[in-house]
Design a binder for this molecule. Structure first.
Ligand code: ZN
Ligand code: ZN
Length: 185
């Protein structure tokens, strides 16, 4: 196994220099970091370069550095029911042991590169797990009419297609083709 070479200027690469290698030493930090690219699942995600408020606790242990933290980030996406744009926030917690040596680490474990560790994969995994699969603009969003696609929040609770309203009686002679056989795949 070869060590990853980390770029010390990359925003999510954290230096453990101040921690030393003394087990038991601890350090806290609260950086604001730019969100990495492509941090989205389905209809919602963290916009690239959005400000992520991170709280970290770095602890030196025998095998490496244990990082415990939380991160708060803005979300933007689309409501899965009515397709309106929506914004929201996410708060995730994570914990990861970064090993000094590949000999102590398993295949999926994280390694330090000298005094550096890369927090981005840890943050990314935590966010991806926490993102809602079906984001909604509000809990009771009624979504779209399955017949005509009208936004039901605007169309109102009386919006229906199953009977012809008397106000439309004069239009009854017209054939309304509302089949959408040519839906996009
Ligand atoms: Zn909605
Ligand atoms: Zn409708």
């Amino acid at each position: 196994m070869s060590l990853p070479r980390l770029d010390p200027r990359a925003p999510w690469v954290i230096s453990t220099h101040d921690l030393g290698r003394r087990p038991g030493s601890m350090r806290k930090m609260s950086p604001t970091l730019p969100a990495p690219v492509d941090l989205a699942v389905g209809m919602i995600g963290v916009p690239k370069d959005a400000e992520v408020e991170v709280d970290l606790r770095l602890e030196s242990v025998m095998e490496g550095v244990l990082v415990t933290g939380t991160a708060g980030a803005p979300l933007s996406g689309e409501c899965s029911r009515c397709l309106d744009p929506l914004t929201s926030e996410i708060e995730v917690g994570f914990q990861e042991l970064f090993f000094y040596s590949a000999e102590d680490a398993g295949e999926d474990d994280s390694l330090l590169d000298g005094e550096l560790l890369d927090l981005e994969p840890t943050f990314r995994d935590a966010v991806v797990l926490a993102l809602p699969l079906s984001p909604v603009c509000r809990e009771d969003c009624p979504g779209l009419c399955p017949e005509c696609g009208a936004k039901l929040a605007d169309a109102g609770p009386d919006h229906r297609h199953d009977r012809v309203d008397s106000r439309w009686a004069s239009l009854q002679g017209l054939k309304i083709d509302d089949n959408e056989d040519d839906q996009e795949a």
